[in-house]
Design a protein around this ligand. Structure first.
Ligand code: PEP
Ligand code: MN
Length: 337
């Protein structure tokens, strides 16, 4: 249930509605909006009697939320969430490009790629320091040393960074170094990790589980928001199907569905969906056309020598061409003025 406050409601009136909700044994979560505040009523078992709230000062309306995900749903917040990372905005009205290698391999590698992608259109730099690998014998990432290299990228190149957190034990460390914390496909339903992400002070990029429905994905995002962190970015990265012409199948239909159901930004990772570089540019263009708010793309200056995911990493000149093509599609479709 959502309690919609009057435009003119005072802080004191909002606080006393919050107190009233909590005294009834529920959890109140204020959602500040463009011109009024709404307050989500959570943790109710069964229906809540709206008449409790309608008489309170400053309350305009009480609306039931019909979706299983509450804070994530458009019912609770009709306006799009825009996430701000320094000068970079992520959400409706922006086309944010995140680029970089699959894994941080060395300082020279990271700085070389970061310099190239910044010069040609990236707004954020990506790179894994802790890598979730299918085989325990594969490169597992540089760990803390990788995070220190990411800090150098931010400092020397001037790009904010995003990197993956794999477990609760390293969460504090990743949160300290990264501007956006990524939760990977294999951890989308790691509920203790999601709860920790709910207490994070940084935005979280939640990748869709490779076998997750959209409802399950949005419920995972709800864990983070319910924990108090409203800065969640959803990332579609392909789902498992029977095909063998690509690593996964990019579900671009998820974009309009998520945009209708939720106010959260949704970006697309075409690299892990495709698994091969020749599909990355066409899938990126389709992602822009279908309404994604951004892209996360793997780029490597020497993909043949990459320690992970070289086959799907674009060469820097391909990334440059991708950015030009994206700008053209985006401007044609959405920026007509
Ligand atoms: C990644 O982005 O580095 C990654 C491992 O992606 P995913 O979790 O989507 O496989
Ligand atoms: Mn990768």
């Amino acid at each position: 249930m959502l309690i919609v406050m009057d435009k003119s409601a005072t802080e004191k009136q909002i606080d006393s509605v919050v107190q009233f909700i909590e005294n009834k044994g529920y959890v109140a979560r204020p959602i500040p909006g463009g011109d009024r505040t709404a307050i989500g009523v959570l943790h109710n078992k069964g229906a809540v009697d709206a008449s409790f709230f309608l008489g309170l000062e400053g309350v305009k309306d009480v609306v039931p939320i019909t979706r299983p995900y509450k804070l994530v749903s458009r019912e609770s917040q009709p306006e799009d969430t825009i996430i701000q990372v320094g000068d970079v905005s992520i959400g409706n009205g922006f086309m944010t490009i995140i680029a970089g290698p699959c894994a941080i391999e060395s300082e020279v590698q990271a700085l070389t790629i970061a310099e190239k992608v910044k010069a040609t259109g990236a707004h954020l730099f990506r790179g894994g320091a802790f890598k979730p690998r299918t085989s325990p014998y594969s490169f597992q990432g540089l760990g803390k040393a990788g995070l220190e290299i990411l800090a150098k990228v931010r400092e020397n190149i001037g790009l904010p960074v995003i990197t993956e957190v794999m477990d609760e034990g390293t969460f504090d460390l990743v949160e300290e170094y990264s501007d956006i914390i990524q939760i990977g496909t294999r951890n989308m339903q790691n509920f203790s990790l999601l709860k920790r992400a709910g207490r994070a002070k940084k935005p979280v990029c939640l990748k869709r589980g490779m076998a997750a429905t959209i409802d399950e994905w949005l419920m995972a995002a709800e864990y983070i928001m319910e924990g108090g962190n409203s800065q969640v970015i959803l990332c579609e990265r392909g789902v498992r199907t029977f095909v063998n012409h690509s690593r996964n199948t990019l579900d671009i239909s998820a974009v309009p569905v998520v945009r209708k159901e939720s106010h959260l930004p949704i970006i697309i990772d075409p690299s892990h969906a495709a698994g091969r570089r020749d599909q990355v540019i066409p899938l990126s263009l389709a992602s822009v056309a279908v309404g994604a708010h951004g892209l996360m793309v793997e780029v490597h200056h020497e993909p043949d020598k990459a320690m992970s995911d070289g086959a799907q990493s674009l060469y820097p000149d391909q990334f440059e061409s991708l950015c030009e093509q994206i700008a053209s599609v985006y401007n044609t479709l959405f920026n007509k003025a």
